[in-house]
Unconditional design. Structure first.
Lengths: 115, 111
């Protein structure tokens, strides 16, 4: 089954304790992206990757890191989480084909709470 | 970057047709227009995508006028299960992969 998986689905942590949220897709997609969603603010892009070893900042990259060493995986790293990073996080992937398609497949989400 | 504007919320009744319009005045020549549906605490789900004129699939239609500065998502005969937030998204590779979702339209379908 074609899917995007995220782990963990729920996480409660404390300020400053480094954490990684994993994202994996089995569709051989070139493009992967991370979003955060907060009440009243919609979906905001954190980082994206056009292909292996190619990453770039989205709209809200501060406090986050990513890496793309393999095509299927795109982990999101919070080196020193703070309470303002409490949010619902989504990973997505797509295969832009001719360079125009915006059809993204989203993961189930990771609800992160930083105390 | 193309910015989109949608109504914040809309109400409808079961069985009615719902039209949600998205404004994207500075859409680029090569940009496609994509619509997503999102239920609470779930990831967005792709509904439909188009470039110009009209596109129809099994769940919706997308109308795009000649100037492409707006688009309208049409949901025929909505049911309670269509209650969700609908997002319009414009652009992709023109922006190097950076994507900006608008605020979305919260559709409430009543019995």
């Amino acid at each position: 089954e074609a899917q995007v998986t995220q782990n963990p689905r729920y996480l409660i942590t404390v300020t400053g304790k480094k954490l990684t949220v994993t994202c994996s897709q089995n569709m051989n997609h070139e493009y992967m992206s991370w979003y955060r969603q907060d009440p009243g603010l919609g979906l905001r892009q954190i980082y994206y990757s056009m292909n292996v070893e190619v990453t770039d900042k989205g709209d809200v990259p501060e406090g986050y890191k990513v890496s793309r060493k393999e095509k299927r995986n795109f982990p999101l790293i919070l080196e020193s989480p703070s309470p303002n990073q409490t949010s619902l996080y989504f990973c997505a992937s797509s295969s832009p084909g001719g360079g125009r398609s915006n059809e993204q497949y989203f993961g189930p989400g990771t609800r992160l709470t930083v105390t | 970057l193309a910015k989109t504007t949608q109504p914040i919320s809309m109400d409808s009744y079961e069985g009615q047709e719902v039209n949600i319009t998205c404004s994207h005045n500075n859409i680029a020549t090569n940009d496609y227009i994509t619509w997503y549906q999102q239920f609470p605490s779930q990831g967005p789900r792709f509904i439909i995508q188009g470039y110009k004129t009209k596109v129809t699939n099994e769940v919706a239609s997308l109308f795009i006028p000649a100037d492409r500065k707006s688009s309208t998502l049409s949901l025929p005969r909505v049911s309670l299960s269509d209650t969700a937030v609908y997002y319009c998204l414009v652009g992709f590779y023109n922006q190097g992969g950076k994507l900006i979702f608008g605020q979305g339209t919260e559709l409430s379908v009543k019995p």
